[in-house]
Design a binder for this molecule. Structure first.
Ligand code: COA
Length: 383
């Protein structure tokens, strides 16, 4: 009997072998990205993410993740035209957002918007490869307007329509702030989108793959993935980092003092540590360089003292290094995004990785259904 068929999996000592959090468990193959904790590297379809962030646009990287190859010039032009034509906030989606309380979490807005977009899609139940790709690309084009409009409505500001003459990153910044961003700001934002795009079988991607494995539609899988990303142990960490900085500033203490107290209370320090990387996150140096650029650009280099202070204190106290969420939150803050918008920006980026995995899962599907070891009461009967 294979271990898959065995209803009562046990190891040699007779106890069921449980890998909490599936830590160390290899679930399936993927050709989309490779995380190598030994060399601290991350490859998208074979390319180091640092090279892509330095030389490519987010649109090119999205096509790489979906198609396996960087686009030819004509393919990129056609995709950009499609993306620009699908940017406007759909009236029904806007109406659904307007029904939500304007103090609800923006991740609830992204989740609801994705669901509404899916329910109204002409190919809603079509799970063919062609339909999946089209829905993925349309969702990629639609999400920036959702994120931008939600930040604006929370501040009592009207919607800013998209501009077709701007690239993806410049347009997202335009729709959020209603003014054209400086080229270096667009470049730093593009870098963040590329670094956030994909990261193998993380919790939200795995969620999307589980939902896809039931043959459910793409929007259901992305909606579930957004729910998984919301948690502070995953995407929600980038906003939690900002709250940490605010707490340290408000307390007026040294970061090491704040940290000693937080660790004494057994708190997890957001933006530090990683399930896979144990010697540092491969994406951090690139994002840190973007943070330095932005601190310089906005004349706020004093923020870096707090950043470095906490990083050094954490290294000394626990020998734990920052993950991507640590520098990314501060970059978004400098650009003018409010803290609750940080994780929705992660959504806009990760739609690429999620949908690439959805298509990969659907292309070689097997229902994902693990086993559990029962530890409840012995069999008993109603008298
Ligand atoms: N703050 C404080 N301690 C941390 C820590 C953190 N951010 N990350 C790990 N540790 C400690 C754990 O408490 C544990 O200590 P112990 O052995 O004394 O109990 C040890 O380091 C091992 O950590 P573990 O919980 O096994 O790591 P994990 O792989 O299960 O967790 C995370 C990985 C990401 C969930 C964890 O590092 C974390 O919660 N980080 C903060 C949230 C975050 O930034 N998430 C974004 C990830 S990209």
């Amino acid at each position: 009997m294979s271990s898959q068929d065995n209803p009562n999996p046990q190891n040699d000592s007779g106890a069921a072998e449980i890998r909490k959090g599936l830590a160390g468990v290899v679930v399936d193959y993927t050709a989309i990205s490779k995380v190598n904790p030994e060399t601290n590297s991350l490859l998208y379809q074979g390319y180091p993410v640092q090279e892509l962030a330095a030389q490519k646009t987010f649109e090119e990287v999205a096509l790489l993740l979906w198609n396996g190859e960087l686009p030819e010039a004509s393919e990129l032009t056609a995709f950009e035209a499609m993306e620009r034509a699908n940017r406007a906030l759909d009236e029904k989606v806007k109406a659904a957002i307007d029904l939500l309380p304007d103090d609800c979490h923006p991740m609830d807005v992204c989740r609801t918007a994705t669901s509404v977009i899916g329910a109204g899609h002409s190919l809603a139940e079509d799970t063919s490869a062609e339909a999946q790709l089209r829905k993925a690309q349309e969702l990629f084009a639609a999400m920036p307007a959702v994120v931008a409009y939600d930040q604006r409505r929370r501040h009592g500001l009207p919607l800013v329509p998209p501009r077709e003459d701007l690239g993806y990153s410049a347009n997202l910044l335009w729709m959020t702030f209603g003014e054209e961003a400086a080229p270096e700001v667009v470049a730093a934002f593009n870098t963040s989108m590329i670094l956030y795009a994909e990261h193998s079988f993380n919790a939200s991607t795995f969620t999307a793959r589980v939902i896809t494995s039931t043959l459910a539609d793409l929007h259901s899988a992305v909606t579930g993935a957004i729910g998984a990303l919301k948690g502070p142990l995953h995407g929600g960490a980038n906003e939690a980092v900002m709250h940490t900085f605010e707490e340290i500033s408000a307390a007026g203490v040294d970061p090491s003092e704040w940290l000693a107290d937080a660790l004494a209370q057994k708190k997890k320090i957001m933006g530090f540590g990683h399930r896979v990387y144990k010697n540092g996150d491969s994406r951090v140096p690139t994002m840190r360089a973007a943070l330095d650029d932005m601190a310089e650009h906005y004349g706020k280099t004093e923020l870096l003292e707090l950043y470095t202070g906490l990083e050094e204190a954490m290294a000394e106290a626990k020998d734990i290094k920052p993950n991507l969420d640590y520098p990314a939150g501060l970059v978004y803050h400098l650009m003018g995004f409010d803290t609750p918008t940080f994780t929705p920006l992660f959504v806009a980026a990760r739609i690429t990785g999620w949908t690439a995995h959805i298509m990969e899962q659907a292309g070689a599907n097997s229902l994902i259904r693990p086993l559990s070891a029962y530890n409840g009461s012995d069999e008993r009967h109603l008298s």
